[in-house]
Design a protein around this ligand. Structure first.
Ligand code: C5P
Length: 230
């Protein structure tokens, strides 16, 4: 008998978040009584679909071992890497003995704590029968300019432009080999770009605009507002 397909979550959480200008990495800033990382992990655990959540943490991180979730039965800790893609690959390797190549992996940024259970289920339900997989994304409402220096070279056709969010959902085996093939390539800033380089055409699934990535100081207040609204 073949095993049913499992779902795994991978959370790269080994960044330093320089643009926050804070005294600690942004995933450890406080948001509604918990750290950003705890809020993010709780969103994933509450969806009740994942066999485990593999979290990539910097080896010099003193904050992670202090969090109760670090010893949660469904949370696996992996060593973070130099770039985001290295951290994701490390988190994938940490579950290599339990995950099958055909299982689905949802990679989600630690810095996106406003992800809803609805969006997790929407992504899974939209892509579970897909050949390649895909990502949550948002249509661009702004007019977008191609700029060199301070000069506009042209205007992009925004009907074709989408902003990539997370989670990004791919089969374990395909994602791992795509990231291995892309190692050291700084153009790989998300999982989809690694799969695209292998010739894959990931799908987009329209996500919610409140699934923001905390990047700058003002984003924390916005995330707090969204969590309260949800
Ligand atoms: O810096 P940025 O917001 O693009 O990072 C996206 C996610 O990737 C964050 O959750 C961050 O912690 C993670 N990351 C990582 N390892 C790195 C760099 C970033 O896990 N070397």
């Amino acid at each position: 008998m073949t095993e049913p397909t499992k779902f795994w979550a991978v959370v790269p959480a080994a960044g330093v978040g320089k643009r926050m200008n804070a005294d600690r990495p942004k995933q450890y800033l406080q948001l509604n009584g918990k750290t950003v990382l705890e809020q993010t992990l709780l969103r994933l655990l509450q969806a009740e679909v994942f066999s485990a959540v593999s979290v990539a943490i910097s080896v010099e991180d003193p904050y992670w071992p202090e969090l109760p979730l670090a010893s949660h039965a469904k949370v696996v800790t992996a060593a973070g890497g130099k770039e985001r893609a290295d951290s994701v690959l490390s988190a994938l390797k940490a579950i290599r003995d339990v995950a099958a190549d055909s299982d689905w992996v949802l990679v989600h940024d630690a810095a996106r704590p406003c992800l809803t259970t609805d969006d997790i289920h929407l992504l899974i339900n939209s892509l579970v029968d897909d050949e390649v997989g895909g990502i949550l994304a948002l249509a661009s409402h702004d007019t977008l300019k191609n700029v060199q220096g301070r000069s506009i070279l042209g205007t992009l056709d925004r009907s074709h432009i989408w902003r990539a969010l997370t989670p990004q959902m791919f089969r374990y085996g395909r994602l791992k080999s795509a990231l291995e093939a892309a190692e050291g390539n700084l153009a790989v800033t998300d999982e989809a770009s690694a799969v695209e380089m292998q010739g894959g055409q990931p799908k987009i699934v329209e996500g919610r605009p409140d699934n923001i990535k905390i990047t700058r100081p003002e984003d924390l207040a916005l995330a707090q507002f969204y969590l309260e609204q949800q």
